[in-house]
Design a protein around this ligand. Structure first.
Ligand code: SGN
Ligand code: CA
Length: 523
């Protein structure tokens, strides 16, 4: 591992020699060895539901611990706001067209023979592991150890797949993923550096809480976002989506109403939701949601009252699921501290994308609008890095791969699209840092009916092109209109900025070699 140390030293200090360090060398100039990487990622966990980003809704003391102790990225984004594609971007460091996994459709399978950061770390002497959600369909490669959930997995008594078999496990998914991760950490070869991906199912739909937390947040009435009743004026694609809390969120599957008619389709949906619970657990679940159901029928909400009732149920269940995530992140942090690993380990907490918590009246993600284009990102840094607080530069999930590689002293391959954020972690302000981000979403027609689009975002503006079945552009001034309600495309006075953004978009599509360059409407 000596080579790793040397390379790392260069990258941290820019110094030309490492052979004999003077004893008075500053702390930052003495890397303690190759850094370990604990990369925790949840599913659909949005920054609005983390108290280190947003204090309106929930309390997440352990996620906040990471941010308080380390850094919080205030401009963190994904490249394609959907689970499988997002995971493919982060593991390859490349946009979707280059890694080949652009959507979650049945025919899309990750080509696991391609270059990924775990493979490169493994080749450099790291021990590598992934536990939890994988969602790339082909078996994981580049890992010494893997134990994943099938597809979206289950919250209660879930199955896990290993190279040998698929087994039902007793317990709640977030606890189990953490148990398995800590076990691996305990049993690993302690002579080698490691990289573990702890990838949770939570907080994915249908937000099923740990039964011990059913009563949490029940006394909370969450404030309704001020865009909840958005009418999507001037935004054709937003009008066509099917991710509205009022219209598309399901009373049974999502809001957990227990249907009375045992012959109905709804009843089958309820039976499916509880199918993994033991009879004792089901009794606890039924008791809780029966009360909710009775209250619902007593109130019989209609119109806006119904939409707001669904919103409150959604927020409460989601918040409970977040509580389990937070507990489990705390367990990992405690483990690292108790085992003397904290000072030499990068801990990353992020999500596969952001999510709508009622903004624009929605749940789900996919759009290049801020709530789902963004993703939370906080990191606790090895002691050699003294950077603390907020990092405001625009970063994207294609940046994780080159970052981890640089931290491991591995050369970053030229074909990776992302940029290593190590300079930002060292407190540098590189003048050449990216000034714009590229985004491309593909999965249409599909669940939630978000049309295909690509776009560019700069610090102030966003230009989006919805193509494929329509040919519609949108332009937002994020400074004047941060909630993206006013599409300025084609409006008087915006010709110049539109032209500049079009050029920037074209430049990015050329730089990344995206074959869809200014696609024309396809009928
Ligand atoms: C499922 C969900 C959708 C969700 C997709 C993709 N429906 O189809 O709401 O958008 O997954 O999510 S569900 O009723 O089956 O939960 S992703 O995070 O995996 O990309
Ligand atoms: Ca997701």
């Amino acid at each position: 591992m000596k080579n790793l140390n040397t390379k790392l030293f260069y990258s941290l200090t820019g110094a030309a020699a490492v052979a004999s360090l003077p004893s008075c060398a500053p702390k930052q100039a003495e890397p303690q060895g190759p850094y370990n990487i604990v990369y925790i990622m949840t599913d659909d966990h949005t920054a609005q539901m983390m108290s280190c980003y947003d204090r309106r809704y929930v309390h997440t003391p352990n996620l906040d611990r990471i941010a308080e102790d380390g850094v919080r990225f205030t401009n963190s984004f994904v490249a394609n706001s959907l689970s499988g594609p997002s995971r493919a971007c982060m593991i390859t460091g490349k946009h979707s067209h280059a890694n080949g996994f652009a959507d979650n459709e049945p025919g899309t399978v990750f080509d696991s023979s391609q270059q990924t950061f775990p493979k490169l770390l493994q080749a450099a002497g790291y021990q590598t592991a992934v536990v939890g959600k994988w969602h790339l369909k082909s078996a994981p490669t580049g890992f010494d150890y893997w134990e994943i959930i099938p597809g979206q997995g289950d919250y209660y008594n879930p199955r896990f797949i290993t190279p040998q078999d698929t087994l039902r496990n007793e317990g709640y998914i977030s606890d189990l993923i953490t148990d398995k991760s800590l076990k691996w950490l305990d049993e690993r070869d302690k002579e080698k550096p490691f990289c573990i991906l702890i990838h949770h199912k939570a907080c994915h739909r249908e937000w099923q809480p740990d039964l011990k937390y059913l009563n949490e947040y029940e006394d909370t009435t969450f404030p309704i976002p001020d865009t909840f009743y958005d009418t999507y004026e001037g935004r054709v694609a937003a009008q066509a989506q099917e991710m509205s809390i009022a219209k598309d969120m399901k009373l049974v599957a999502d809001n957990k109403i227990i249907p009375k008619d045992e012959k109905s389709r709804d009843y089958r949906s309820y039976k499916y939701a509880v199918s993994r619970l033991t009879p004792e657990e089901k009794a606890v679940y039924d008791e809780f949601y029966s009360k909710i159901t009775d209250d619902f029928y007593a109130k019989n909400p209609q119109g806006n009252d119904l939409a707001e009732w669904k919103f409150q149920r959604y927020m409460r269940d989601y918040a409970k699921v977040v509580k389990s995530v937070d507990d489990n992140v705390g367990r990992v942090l405690d483990y690292l501290e108790a085992n003397g690993l904290k000072e030499n380990t990068l801990v990353v907490y992020t999500s596969d994308q952001g999510f709508y918590m009622g903004e624009h009246g929605w749940f789900d993600k996919r759009f290049m609008y801020e709530e789902s284009f963004r993703t939370p990102l906080v990191m606790s840094l090895p002691d050699d890095f003294e950077r603390k607080g907020d990092i405001e530069e625009m970063v994207q999930n294609i940046d994780y791969a080159p970052t981890f590689l640089e931290l491991a002293g591995v050369e970053v391959p030229e074909d990776i699209h992302g940029e290593s954020i190590v300079p930002l972690l060292k407190g540098e302000k590189p003048a050449t840092w990216r000034k714009s981000l590229y985004y491309h979403y593909y999965e249409f027609p599909a669940v939630h009916m978000v049309k295909r689009h690509y776009g560019v975002r700069t610090e102030r503006y966003k230009l989006i092109h919805f193509y494929n079945d329509i040919d519609v552009w949108e332009l937002y001034d994020l400074q004047e209109d941060p909630k993206e309600l006013n599409n300025l495309y084609g409006k008087e006075g915006y010709d110049q900025i539109t032209k500049e953004l079009m050029e920037e978009l074209k430049r990015l599509q050329e730089q990344y070699d995206d074959p869809i360059r200014f696609a024309q409407a396809q009928k």
